[in-house]
Design a protein around this ligand. Structure first.
Ligand code: RAM
Length: 527
């Protein structure tokens, strides 16, 4: 079972200037009033697949009298992030007991089929979006203080009394985001699936764009560096809210710890604070996010401020090399993320990601005219490429292996391709070979799929990349996605890294990148 590891030592170095710049860029959130559009009924067929069986106008709620155990599921039409208000009243005799109400929010209808009482995963059940509320005096306007991520709302009356009924006069919500969906033009394409994939990507991105780029508005509601890097890429092609990216880059740059490491994620409340988690790959990818930002904006001042921090991550990464010139195996420690996926060995990928980040380091150094850094990085890069081939290339299988058991995974091949350990033609052979062999250790998160699509495109397999996007993200759409999910394993649709699909996030930042690929490589007139 996966778990997070906590660092023994944790000394934060705040850069007040950077944090001030980030604070000044804090966005005003846009608000929009929304209301349910229909009532739906969840009917289970004994399997885990619930079906939406009936629809009526939600107006019918107005005259409905709710007694003990009565319930209703409201559908807001699509996925939103926001705050809920209920206007409640009583009917019958004087209210002689509290109205006791259960509310449950769901991003996907079939979440409602999971019994939350049975959740026993390793991350907090506090993430399940449910409330038990006593309303002592009716009529009442119930304004829920928490923010929820949802399309569906289940309201269940746990109890009233024999002498009165509950009435739900009005249900509304205030949806929030740092951006407005209508600010992005729809993709001009005849291909209905591509149009849909693009639209769902944008909604996913929008709902994760709050005071920072959050990873998921249901969970974890914080900013992870790996997610930020991909969200920013999608954002440059769509909302182009570059100041939000700048804010987030300064937050990471302003909150390093110990020898200058960037934290894997940042909390915003009660005050901004880094998490005491280091992820080797996420920290290294900061440079790639910075270069993307610089290319999108030409903002030299930000580059100059944050460049030393990006290079520092590479220096720190290099300190982990052992006497063989490779990164020791720390798979299973939540130290180098790469992907969720039981048993995935990340040793070879960690070296590949170090090489990849050095390439970005060189490009950053070029933008800074920093000859000395260019020189040592280039030299080291060549060395590490040789070590990667020597230690991890299996000539017989014509694939890279990882760890002492010489595990063959998709993730390892993809990261070796992105690291450009080989030239483009060899990379093309490698990706085709991977597809042919279809290693047992597959990819499970859209985060890893993003890198797979990237690897295909960079190996000259652009058409295949498009097909794979349609299969993977299209698969989520065929399974009813309004926003793309944290995890989607087409071979195991109920997979969860946390012990239950109920706690998975179904609007997850790192899954929003098809819009980036489509608008960058396929339909550039939408740029
Ligand atoms: C999870 C979140 C987040 C991701 C980390 C590694 O907690 O899904 O998006 O970046 O894992």
């Amino acid at each position: 079972m996966a778990s997070f590891c906590v660092l023994d030592e944790f000394e934060v170095h705040k850069n007040d200037d950077f944090l001030r710049i980030a604070e000044e860029l804090k966005p005003e959130l846009h608000e929009r009033e929304i209301a349910p559009v229909s009532i739906v009924t969840l009917e289970q067929d004994g399997n885990q697949d619930p079906a939406l069986v009936s629809e009526e106008a939600p107006d019918l709620l107005k005259d409905r009298l709710f007694k003990k155990d009565d319930s209703v599921i409201l559908d807001f039409g699509t996925h939103y992030v926001g705050y809920l208000t209920l206007d409640l009243a009583s009917a019958g005799s004087h209210q002689d007991a509290p109205a006791y109400v259960y509310l449950r929010f769901a991003e996907r209808l079939d979440e409602l089929a999971v019994n939350t009482a049975e959740y026993n995963g390793w991350i907090s059940k506090g993430w399940l979006q449910e409330e038990y509320i006593h309303v002592d005096v009716l009529p009442a306007k119930l304004e829920l203080p928490r923010r929820y991520a949802f399309r569906y709302l289940e309201i269940r009356v746990l109890d009233v009394s024999l002498k009165f009924s509950l009435m739900i006069k009005n249900v509304s919500a205030r949806a929030v985001s740092a951006v407005k969906e209508e600010d992005v033009q729809l993709l001009e394409t005849e291909d209905e699936m591509l149009r849909k994939i693009d639209e769902v990507s944008i909604r996913t991105l929008k709902n994760c764009m709050q005071l920072v780029f959050e990873d998921g508005p249901k969970r974890d509601r914080r900013m992870w560096l790996g997610d930020l890097r991909l969200q920013a890429r999608a954002n440059y092609r769509t909302f182009r809210n570059v100041s939000l990216v700048k804010r987030c880059l300064y937050l990471f740059g302003g909150l390093t710890f110990n020898e200058g490491k960037i934290p894997a994620c940042i909390f915003l409340e009660p005050e901004i604070e880094p998490d005491d988690t280091y992820l080797f790959d996420y920290a290294l990818l900061y440079g790639s996010a910075l270069l993307d930002y610089y290319r999108a904006t030409g903002d030299q001042k930000t580059l100059e401020d944050l460049y030393p921090i990006a290079i520092r991550q590479i220096e720190i990464g290099l300190t982990y090399l052992n006497e063989d010139g490779i990164i020791p195996d720390r798979s299973g420690e939540f130290w180098c993320f790469v992907d969720w996926g039981e048993g995935l060995n990340t040793q070879a990928a960690s070296l590949a990601i170090l090489i990849y980040s050095m390439r970005y380091g060189i490009r950053l150094a070029e933008c800074m005219n920093d000859e000395e850094t260019i020189h040592w990085l280039q030299k080291k890069l060549e060395e590490l490429k040789r070590e990667a081939v020597e230690h991890f290339w299996d000539e017989k299988q014509r694939l890279f292996v990882s760890g002492k058991d010489r595990q063959v995974s998709w993730a390892t091949q993809v990261w070796m391709i992105l690291a450009k350990v080989f030239d483009q033609e060899q990379n093309r052979e490698l990706i085709l070979r991977t597809i042919e062999v279809n290693p047992e250790f597959t990819m499970v998160s859209p985060y890893m799929y993003h890198h797979y699509i990237d690897a295909l495109i960079r190996s000259g397999e652009k058409e295949r990349a498009l097909e794979e996007m349609k299969n993977y993200w299209g698969g989520m759409i065929r399974d009813g996605a309004d926003t793309f999910w944290e995890l989607y394993n087409p071979y195991n649709k109920y997979e969860s890294p946390y012990g239950s699909v109920a706690i998975n996030s179904f609007c997850h930042a790192w899954s929003c990148t098809p819009t980036y690929f489509l608008r960058k490589f396929y339909i550039p007139e939408n740029k």
